[in-house]
Design a protein around this ligand. Sequence first.
Ligand SMILES: *Cc1c(COP(=O)(O)O)cnc(C)c1O
Ligand SMILES: [Zn+2]
Length: 436
Amino acid sequence: MSEQSTDAIPAARGAANRLRCSDPSCGTWLSREEGRYSCPRCGQLVELVLEVDPEVARAWPTRWRGRLPGRDASSRSGVWRFSELLPSTPPGVAPVTLGEGGTPLVELPQLAEELQLESLAVKHLGVNPTGSFKDLGMTVCVTEARALRRDVVACASTGNTSASMAAYAARAGMRALVLVPEGQVTAAKLAQALDFGAVVVQAGDTFDEAFGLLRQLAPRLNLYLANSINPFRLEGQKTAVVELMEQLDWRPPDYLILPGGNLGNVSALGKGLSELAEAGLVAKLPHLGVVQAEGASPFHRMWSSGAEELVPEDHPETRATAIRIGRPANWPRALRALLRTRGLTAAVSDSEIETAKRRLAELGVGCEPASAASLAGLRRMRRSGQVPAGARVVLVLTGHQLKDTAYVEEHLAGLPGIRRAEPTMEGVERTLRGWL
Ligand SMILES: *Cc1c(COP(=O)(O)O)cnc(C)c1O
Ligand SMILES: [Zn+2]
């Protein structure tokens, strides 16, 4: 029912319907029906190309405002309301949606002052149907699987991709196969995938190993891949930046900082920003900042050393499991996004991530550990002067607080914590002595 009404959003003009090799020096065009992820000529990943006419685009912001999510929560997706920027769906194919997008932008004035910034806000993409930004891409990706009449979707995952894919597959009536590294996925994320009926296979010690296996298996088993090498994922994820610009009245911040794992999200946000600039909807681009965990920071190493090739990290290590990735598949397009926006990177320790997560929680903002890397990275960038005083900054929070509750239990030191009391008034009062 809800799918019918989302479908009623007028067909896009200038929609991103044509697929091309993402390497500008190759530029081979592909047909969408083939359902390929990489270029048959050079092997690079492929992407959808949006052809925009600024004359036509001028009318879009008003039209988008008229489709605000929440006006009819069951039918208005915060992704599909930007249909002008997305691949259009063939006649008769309704988008597979759970009402994703429409996420909050939360101002943090205390923290802005502490860091001597003009303004600081978090765009909380953890407030999505399955608790991470993956939903923004999955709605478009699974819709494409439906259009291609595929019935098994598959992914390798550090947890959030599998939770999201399993939900959208269930919504579409498809089967879902998930490959996860053994013992590396949080209980909550696994429970989500299982709850939505996915088949979960544990294989390998790292995401990279599981992903390598899946890429080999996919053509043999006719699996439709929902990892971020899938170009349709990025199309949905890019709407986060469109929604953000709308929330900021089309005045981009100076810096937009996010954690990086497989580097699909920074690629998506970079693509969205470039398209908004081409459409004449923003006058300048924010600098994109990518933050990695020290033990899993091959992209940071490449960028900061000026190297032209990424050297993978074979044994990625960090407690922030969502970014425990050593062989990021999207590094070439992430590199282009950073070059286009004169971006920056940082690597942060697990203890800096912990401090950042604690600080956000003190301000009432919960998130999973990987998300807090963006604040930890901003602190480093302020100290090094990469981000100057007086800047306007937005941090992207990628995942929900409830994704990793074991983390909080492991890091209780300094928090009030749980106390035991005799079940009497005096008993409870005694336990609270010194605190009240
Ligand atoms: C997937 C994910 C990331 C990493 O995003 P990439 O697109 O792989 O760089 C970061 N944080 C959370 C919570 C995630 O789920
Ligand atoms: Zn190519």
